[in-house]
Design a protein around this ligand. Sequence first.
Ligand SMILES: [Zn+2]
Length: 138
Amino acid sequence: MCASTNSVLCRSCGKKLEENPQFLPKHRSPCPNCGSTTRIFNVEIHGTITLREKLSLKHKRPGFKKPIYEEVSGDDLHRKTGLWSKLRRVIDRQNNHYKEEVVNSETGKVLRSVDHPLTDHTGRGSAKEVGRKGEDDA
Ligand SMILES: [Zn+2]
């Protein structure tokens, strides 16, 4: 076997960190970008990296019930087909913008592309469903 841990990423923000992967959590320094001490270890096996990760971001502001900005990006498993795809979904409440793109990880083919005012999206009654995992069928 020639697997080796060769890089360390921040689990919260994805920043690559210069850190010894052997470090225990209590010995880690907080991520300089976001302060998190959770990590992803990128293990390389025979030169092929397969890293399935999904990151989400919510930007909250005092006085606003809902986050003013939400973004989800990363790998998404389509349950029906069992295929992995790349998902990116942005909800920008300040600019009334909803965007979603799903791309087949293997072929790069765009499976779904949505880009319209958020108010149109809310009108369909599905805005509250945003944040559910793995169900991207309209
Ligand atoms: Zn971080």
